[in-house]
Design a protein around this ligand. Structure first.
Ligand code: COA
Length: 227
């Protein structure tokens, strides 16, 4: 089955899953390098280590404790080559000679690259085992590719996440992000309410001597407007 542009859930059985995982690693690292996103890993980024981390997340998909949602977009639909700082987008692992992962859309894809796909967006829903809160879900790793920002991809993957959560009876949705980042402005646009603020929660990927603050958001899918 050929992959096509749009939103999809990733499992161990997804076609080209290793290329998709490679694209997920690339997007994760691109956000750390271009946006200073506080997301588990600190530079210098180590590809095998982060790839292994994502393989472990796929194992959680297999065990039913996580759902990984990606948005595949055509490489030809990139809208910018610069990041939020106005600099050329930094390509993770390029100094190691590693190219940006591309997923051929179909065997008959043209040599010109028409129809080739890449990971435009990503989010995951954690569904922990808990007898006291089987209705809880946790949002992790919402990233949109720096090549594809502000054209609704975060909204689309979050909408799919809410559908998955609702279908599983997971209506109490929590997430956190770093204070002072664009994401802090994005979550209220998606209907999430700020519920906590924790100072000095983690190292800045740019400068380990700086501790960044965390903001927590919440949505009750029973009462709050779903996407
Ligand atoms: C935060 C992020 C995921 C947003 O992705 P995106 O695909 O560009 O967002 P969308 O285009 O779906 O926009 C969703 C809403 O947020 C708004 N928005 C998007 N980027 C924004 C920005 N930089 N500042 C303010 N609002 C913004 C949009 O206008 C839209 O609102 P609307 O639908 O009411 O008009 C993306 O900037 C990103 O990946 N940042 C780096 C990683 C990160 O911080 N992740 C989050 C937590 S770990």
């Amino acid at each position: 089955m050929a992959l096509t542009p749009g939103v999809m859930l990733v499992t161990a059985d997804t076609p080209s899953v290793s290329t998709i995982l490679d694209g997920i690693v690339q997007l994760h690292c691109a956000c750390i390098l271009n946006d200073n996103t506080m997301a588990t890993f600190m530079p210098p980024l180590n590809h095998p280590q982060i790839y292994k981390w994502w393989e472990d997340r796929i194992a959680e998909v297999t065990s039913g404790h996580r759902h990984i949602i990606v948005y595949l977009t055509e490489v030809n639909d990139r809208t910018t080559l610069t990041n939020a700082k106005g600099q050329d987008i930094r390509i993770p692992f390029s100094e190691e000679g590693k190219p940006w992962p591309i997923i051929p859309a179909a065997e008959e894809a043209s040599p010109s690259g028409d129809g080739d796909l890449e990971i435009g967006g990503l989010v995951s829903l954690v569904t922990p085992t808990t007898q006291t809160g089987p209705f809880r879900g946790l949002v992790e790793k919402l990233f949109t590719s720096p090549f594809h920002r502000q054209k609704g991809i975060a909204r689309i993957v979050m909408k799919r996440l809410e559908e998955v959560a609702w279908d599983l009876g997971r209506w109490s949705i929590l997430l956190d992000t770093t204070a002072g980042t664009p994401a802090e402005q994005v979550y209220p646009r998606l209907g999430y309410k700020q519920v906590w603020y924790i100072p000095q929660r983690g190292f800045s990927p740019e400068d380990r001597s700086l501790l960044l603050d965390e903001v927590g958001f919440f949505k009750d899918l029973r009462h709050d407007k779903r996407l």
